[in-house]
Write a protein that binds this ligand. Sequence first.
Ligand code: HEC
Length: 248
Amino acid sequence: MNKLLIVASVIISIALYACKHTPPDPIVIPIPGGGGATGGGGTGGGTGSTAICFQSEVLPIFQSNCAKSGCHDAASHKGGYVLNAYDSLFKKEGKVNNNNIKPGDPSGSELYKILFETGSKKMPPLPNPDLTTAQKNLIARWINEGAKNTTNCVVSCDSGQFKFAANILPILQNHCTGCHTGTNPGTNPSGIDLTTYANVLPSAQNGFLVGVITPGSGYNQMPKGLGKLSDCEIAQIRKWVQAGSQNN
Ligand code: HEC
């Protein structure tokens, strides 16, 4: 009898103990292996062992997807976040907030974790698209590499490569689609969608696509209010248009 009681109380206390523990966070935050000495390769979606360049690879993603007017630019600073420059990524309400980005720890970094939220917490909010997996992986790798403010770094870009899917669309995703997704005037005042081949084609054919990035006289410079594309990226887009704007 006594033995039974002991066994029962052990079982009950184990059950109680288990209940006290909150269930695991339902969001799954994949942390890519990165391109370290162990050879990331695979789905890393990146440039192998080359270090991520903050200025030319990470910053444009935050600027064009998050630091938009009405969202996280200096004037709007929604939720206390201004996401338009290296220093401000580490701040909330103007003060340093260590939880925003924890160097070496993507899954502990709020600004990375939020990219996997859904529903009303989703960032960027609907109707804006999620960042692409390649963009999320890039941010994770940058955090894993110490979230450094790397500038003026050499990023591999081959102006001799100008295929739509492999070269042009990723440029548009990194620098343009934050503002140019869908035709909802609330999130895209220009009405120009640059997320698909079919929707990019008219701007390629009427000269605006090359006009705004060069920028040619009479064109509004794009990305609007942000740094110019690199010479290599501009050359890739120009060559793709000159070669007939193919869906290749
Ligand atoms: C921060 C938001 C933002 C980003 C990023 C952005 N655009 Fe725009 N774009 C706009 C707005 C707003 C307009 C409407 C015209 C204006 O206000 O200048 C526009 C207009 C345009 C137009 C229509 C031509 C015109 O002069 O009105 C084209 C083409 C264009 N953008 C292409 C691009 C390309 C290509 C990129 C990326 C290299 C890009 N945009 C990045 C906000 C943006």
